[in-house]
Design a protein. Sequence first.
Length: 489
Amino acid sequence: MQSSRALARRSLETIGPQPSGCNFHWNLDMKITNTIKQIMCGIVWSTISTATYCSIATAQTASFENPPIDYLHAPVTDPVAQLAAKIEAGEIKLKYDAQHGYLDAVLDELDIPHSSQTLVFSKTSMQLHRINPNRPRAVYFNDDVYVGYCQQGEVLELAATDPNQGAIFYSLKQHQEAPPKFIRDRGQCLTCHANSRTQNVPGYLIRSVYADRAGHPILGSGTFTTDQTSPFNERWGGWYVTGTHGEMRHMGNTVFAEGDKPDLEPGANLKNLSDKFSTKPYLTPHSDIVALMVMEHQTQMHNAITAANFETRQALQQTFQMNELLDREPELISESAQRRISVSADRIVAHLLMCDEFPLQSPVAGTSGFAEEFSARGPRDSQGRSLRDFELNQRLFKYPCSYLIYSPAFEALPEQVRRLTISRMLNVLEGRNAAPEFAHLTPDLRKSILEILRETKPEIFANSDPTASKVGTSTKQFDVEARFEFHYR
């Protein structure tokens, strides 16, 4: 009689590569012994149809709460965690004021500009009883941190991007205490911030809703998750928007009644919100349209990076478990794991290079000075160009490549997916990939983006290596492109 280990090996080898498009994951906390027991109990995977296989796969999708991610327990080093450590060590003291509590001090310490202020009046966040069209919630952000403030709110709400663990959520009580303490969320925020709207990882989202006069979403009318691909007329429902946008119309600055035909005209091209509510309790009177557009892009870009990070780590752990079970080379990366990593790289490339961005039909201009302050923060090449330069006539950025390529989260990507992403970017920017997804990148734009990257991120882009895409079938050499046909070839 065959041993359980031999039977497990033969059954797994019979399955072969996973069906295309099927996101099969091994349960992360499944032990090798459990795999063998399941096979011995009669789960003959080799005879399962593709449809049933995919159904089981969905049900067994690996959880980020388990190893290797261990989201709730692994140590984090995001900017809020670093600030909290400095406060606890007595290196920093946050100044408290009676009107805004710790808001000003937190923004200063985290280097978040006041000009980034955006205002949301829909009841779609934790302190919803403090939010309505007369008392909107303010959101401030930089490249890695978001801070939410409500008038007379019990807490400041914070979300920060950890390079390895994605979005980490915190609260800070808005009453004076020594020392103030950031409290990390232990799962409550994930109800809204870890689902298909956030690419199924702990992440961020900008929602657009039909909000009534009290700020309640009229859910029967539909909701939208918005990013740079969203049609303009689906954006910013439940938000205030200051700035001009010509003939285009959005859902902002407007309350709706159930059953009525939406009228977007009254909320268009507003530079001043004083007729809507009192702006005096806020740090600025603005809810800048350019800040909103940047935040939309940034949130889903961060999610794509986190999703690739998690997927790669999970795929590698699972393939190494199978290597041990099947007596394969310890560092061998299976074909199914390669496919998963490949898809993750494709998604990052699509987000980085602004694929499917909604084309602007009119010029856009903000009111708070955010555009100027944002542009000034980025590295520039010898010609004075930056990935943070705005275009705002036909698209968001002058050079359509996300500035988050400089982020700690991108740098922390596992080497397998990071190198593959860079290789595929180079294929596009050097003109070897003419797929229709990249038709928005003219030869001149590709040349400019690559020149900027070569000077501002020389450790990666200074020298184009035609063999860089051959990253092989082990953790040291992962050759996906040579063995499979992929979407972006």
